[in-house]
Design a protein around this ligand. Sequence first.
Ligand SMILES: Cc1ncc(COP(=O)(O)O)c(C=O)c1O
Length: 395
Amino acid sequence: MNCFEDNAVNLDILRKRAFNGRWAEVGEGVVPLTAADPDFQVEPKVLQAMKDYLDGGYLSYTPKLGFPEFREAIAQGINARKSEGVEPDLVLPLDSAARGMYVIAGAFLKPGDEMVIFDPVDFLFKESCLAAGGVPVLFPARPRADGTGLELGDLEDYITPKTRMIGLCNPHNPWGTLYTREDLEHILDLANRHNLWIMNDEIWSDIVYPEQPFLSINQVEGDKSRVISVYGFSKSFGVAGLRIGCVYCNDRAVFDKLVEESAVLTTAGGICSISQVAGTACMRHGFERLDAFLVHLRQNRDYALERLSRLEGITCRKPQATYLLFPDITATGLASQDFAAFMEKEVKLAIVPGTEKFFGPGAEGHIRICFATSRAILKEGLDRLERGMELLKTR
Ligand SMILES: Cc1ncc(COP(=O)(O)O)c(C=O)c1O
């Protein structure tokens, strides 16, 4: 069976297990194209690895810095696909990418320090900065007209004597853009000239379409000792509930600081054994399936873009990465929140509104649609959106 066919989505189980704005949290009959969490089951080899570990019968404490084979598998997995030169000794497994962001901010921001955060971007950048007592400084992040990435021309104007960190979401959620070599060299140069840390979130780096290849800031020329990267497993392997992620860096002293902040040495922090086993299996056995997933996603993306292009009042850029669309709905005259509420009430379609809470004020006038589902569910969602747009005209 093709694992991305329509009948591969088991709604009976998802309605009990998929939270965070998805099937288990929406009202009766609502189709959620919301949080970025695939509707597909996990790779069987990953499930088998967890079962085998459980069959051993012991669930003892794990090494404080994580299973060596997991750290090794992460480095190998990232290096094989993205040539980042990751050293297993400088990889710290953690309980989610989100935790990784909090650990980076907590380790390197002091209260009152400023962090440049793109606006819009995933809310975790701002939240991790605030949790460390930092002050978010929002940089308006607009896509370049030629579709190759974001306008970075005046980024330096947002750096002040108080700036200590810059958040880089590569690929970018929600715009679905990648950064070019010039962009990344520019950001690295700014960071080095102004002594800034770079929180480099690459959780989306596997979900990239063929038009533009992924390039990591770890791959460009220059001093990368201030680059601290985050990788996560939720988007690529559909294991969000296992809370698996990691941080990695290029400098031993930086790594030691991350370890201290993460509280793994006291056992107050850290990632559970079964999640590490699953994560190791994802890195060793998950990429073939991921490649098949990418083929499915690309077809879904192009299908959804074609459908959206026929809707008056909506314009949407083609994402080069992620399984997210970020359509502009300003022409409807509705604020993002009102648009989302209207669709949920009138046509039972849930989408993420482009509100400050989720992405920053720069997201206003947009909605976010996740297409990591079957074609049938995506079609149903888009049918409902189309109906909703018709209803809007008659209001
Ligand atoms: C850019 C970005 N960073 C981090 C995360 C958090 O991922 P995790 O589930 O591993 O905490 C997400 C999830 O949506 C994300 O989009």
